[in-house]
Design a protein around this ligand. Structure first.
Ligand code: MOS
Length: 749
């Protein structure tokens, strides 16, 4: 019987109490240790890989509908100003222009306004219009000729701090008694480091196409959360959810920036409503870099106290965060509070209001920035104590979550340290500091990773097995580029006992009303795969029951694998089709849902990365030669997909350390490098050698699949490992990331 179970739902460290529907009779158990699995744990190419690489895959930016209009947003050129003139009539009079919406108009029904007559950052939407062609829309936006009276702006962190401009009250979390801790300490170190504003820069910008048919709205949206987008649009336009359909077949990356419907989909839907035509709204690259989102710049101060044996006795962390216009304050201090055992801890965060777009989630938001600084402080402590940095980390290992007091459901961090050290040649790291034939300075540094990534309910799936012996798995997954549909294919094929090519997974559409979570918080795999497995298990049991009828044998004596039904005694060995062909036009159906995570434990992911760098002291260039990454994310379902996630995360972390930084002119408040020319995302030439390994121990306490999320963990420790390698190579530490040539040369001076 399905039952409601009360449990906690976690997203990037925020917990909420929810009721979830759970099938209590589901007999699915974790696969026994040592079970011989045919598909799970073996590399499989993406089921849609060919479509992606040949260009056949239809992303939102590719959607073309008959009669479709092209929308364009007028964005503020000033950091803070009042609109004193806007020539809406001139724009309306131009050929092809179908609708112009100014800042005074309400968009949809109620809710906050998406267009502003008093923009508070460069790039903020002021007006939007739709025309027959993109060129006509451009001409019309030019004709709007806005005039702004400038108002004062603040983009500089220190200025905002001086003026005490907070988006909300500064927050403080404390445990124990840090003053008592300092008194016990044999060594105290303090470090202050700035981290940059980093732009998500997805290959596909924010994009939406909206179409009304009768009272129903269909929206193609490049989003990480189709179901949240559906709820946003339903609320905004006063519709029941079932009258909104969101389609998200392929997404060219989101990295946290594409939550819910977003401004683009709401404006496109409004323009489509008033014009009666389908409307396409796609950010150009400049708009994307100005208003797509960003990881907030921070200045963090970390103070650590330890006994001479390395054991931490006090930790203090204070983070000043440039929030822009607002948003949720990400858990910058989480590493300080949870990474190592320490009884006395104090963490403060100061969220500053600046004239920039509201900061938003970027792959492991908060924890990436926090780890980048905290783990450098740990290395400074190792230096003062004369301890090996990895040994210092081992000595402060903690087996439970110090925030909640609960044990971890599983933690294999020590195994990560051991493997990473072996793979990197950690024991010989000091040999790198001997004079090198190429004249470069070399060093090696490490950092630890902690993140959530346990997913949880709700998530649902159905499986239908047809007469041809093919299974269709329907999910609520939007694949933002990670390959999760293929992960679901592997899990379903395993449970059904079918070859991979007889299983196809659908997602990217709210139409079937099968809920899947937002592709965020590293939760898709851990949330959805147990639901897929449960649904497939029901189909398998039904199939074996039907085979038992046909062959007059007990179902308990049958098993299915490799597309064949076999009896344990070896007497029967037939293709699955021998049974399914009797279905005719019927199908064998199963549905499954995700059960709750354990209430008496916390589910987390862990890992260790070791970077080796070479520094050219003459020109200040830092080159990352190798990154060794060993992560504990429970079971690995698809090693190929997993390594792809790790590579992407490491590369983004490398760029956070070395090159990516949104630069804002304090005098004008204008971001000066909001383009792909000047904003330095890494290229293929920056890719280091990557040595990747996973501990690959299923977390059976957490779900029947035992797999946690891997979207976020790999980006978290990379920057700190690189900065620590730089310090090892040069004996210097830069007070700000990224380690640009100017900063490196200054540090080496
Ligand atoms: Mo969150 S950065 O969307 O995983």
């Amino acid at each position: 019987m399905p039952r409601f179970v009360r449990t906690q739902r976690e997203m990037e460290g925020r917990f909420e109490d929810v009721f979830v529907l759970v099938d209590e009779d589901d007999p699915t158990e974790p696969w026994p240790a040592g079970a011989e699995l045919r598909h799970v744990g073996r590399p499989a190419p993406r089921q849609d890989g060919l479509a992606r690489v040949t260009g056949a895959a239809e992303y939102t930016v590719d959607v073309q509908l008959a009669g479709m209009l092209h929308a364009l947003v007028l964005r503020s050129p000033v950091a803070h100003g009042r609109l004193a003139g806007l020539d809406v009539d001139a724009a309306r009079a131009l050929p092809g222009v179908r609708a112009v919406i100014g800042p005074d108009a309400e968009v949809g029904f109620g809710g906050s306004r998406l267009l502003s007559a008093e923009p508070a950052y460069v790039g903020q939407p002021v007006a939007v219009l739709a025309a027959d062609t993109a060129a006509q829309a451009e001409a019309a936006v030019a004709a709007l000729a806005p005039v702004f009276e400038p108002l004062g702006h603040v983009v500089d962190l220190e200025e905002a701090l001086r003026e005490q401009r907070f988006t909300e009250e500064p927050d403080e979390v404390a445990r124990g008694d840090v003053d008592a801790g300092w008194a016990e300490a044999d060594a105290v170190v303090e470090l202050e480091i700035e981290t940059p504003a980093q732009l998500q820069t997805p290959l596909e910008p924010h994009a939406a196409v909206a179409r009304w048919e009768g009272g129903e709205l269909t929206a193609w949206i490049s989003t990480q959360g189709m179901f949240d987008a559906r709820a946003d649009l339903a609320r905004r336009f006063g519709l029941p959810k079932e009258q909104v359909r969101v389609i998200t077949r392929f997404v060219g990356g989101g990295f946290g920036a594409k939550q819910g419907a977003g401004t683009e989909a709401i404006l496109a839907a409004e323009l489509a409503r008033v014009t009666g035509r389908p409307v396409r709204l796609v950010n150009d690259r400049h708009a994307e870099q100005l208003d797509g989102g960003r990881r907030a710049a921070t200045r963090q101060t970390v103070k650590l106290g330890a006994r001479s044996d390395g054991s931490l006795v006090a930790v203090e962390s204070a983070a000043v965060v440039s929030m822009g216009q607002g948003g949720w304050i990400f858990p910058v201090n989480e590493p300080a509070l949870t990474l190592y055992a320490v009884a006395n801890a104090q963490a403060m965060v100061f969220p500053l209001k600046t004239n920039l777009r509201a900061q938003n989630a970027f792959r492991a938001p908060g924890v990436t920035e926090g780890t980048a600084v905290f783990e450098q402080a740990i290395d400074e402590l190792a230096l003062v104590l004369g301890l090996d940095p990895l040994e210092l980390r081992r000595r402060n290992h903690v087996d439970h979550d110090q925030r909640s007091g609960l044990p971890y459901s599983a933690k294999n961090l020590l195994a990560c340290y051991e493997r990473a050290a072996a793979l990197a040649g950690w024991s010989r790291r000091d040999e790198l500091r001997a004079p090198q034939p190429d004249g470069l300075l070399r060093g090696m540094g490490c950092a630890t990773q902690i993140w959530w990534g346990g997913g949880g309910p709700p998530a649902h799936a159905t499986v239908r097995l047809d007469a041809a012996g093919h299974a269709i798995v329907t999910t609520g997954i939007q694949d933002i580029g990670t390959g999760t549909l293929t992960t679901a294919q592997i899990v379903a094929a395993e449970e059904l006992g079918l070859p991979l090519d007889r299983v196809r997974v659908l997602g990217g559409d709210t139409g079937p009303n099968l809920y899947g979570p937002v592709s965020g918080g590293s939760m898709t795999t851990p949330a959805v795969m147990p639901a897929v497995r449960s649904a497939a298990g029901k189909v398998r049991r039904t199939l074996l029951g039907l085979a038992a009828d046909v062959y007059e044998i007990s179902a308990a004596d049958l098993a299915v694998a490799d597309g064949r039904i076999r009896s344990h005694d070896g007497g029967l060995d037939v293709d699955v089709v021998e049974i399914t062909e009797k279905l005719g036009n019927a199908t064998i159906d199963g549905s499954g849902s995700r059960g709750p995570n354990p209430d008496d434990a916390r589910v987390h992911t862990f890992g260790c990365q070791i970077a080796q760098v070479a520094v050219d002291a003459a020109v200040g260039e830092v080159r990352v030669e190798r990154v060794v990454a060993v992560h504990d994310v429970g079971r690995i379902v698809n090693p190929l997909g997993a390594s792809s996630q790790a590579e992407g995360g490491i590369l983004q972390g490398l760029a956070f350390a070395l090159s990516e930084e949104l630069v804002v002119d304090p005098n004008t408040g204008i971001p000066v490098n909001a383009t792909l020319d000047d904003y330095k995302v890494p290229t293929i030439a920056d890719v280091p050698e990557m040595v990747l390994e996973f501990v690959d121990v299923p977390d059976d306490a957490m779900s029947t699949v035992g797999a946690k999320g891997l979207g976020e963990p790999p980006i978290i420790p990379t920057a700190a490992a690189i900065a620590n390698a730089f310090a090892h190579a040069t004996g210097r530490r830069c007070r700000a990331l990224p380690l640009t040539r100017a900063r490196v040369l200054e540090a080496l001076r």
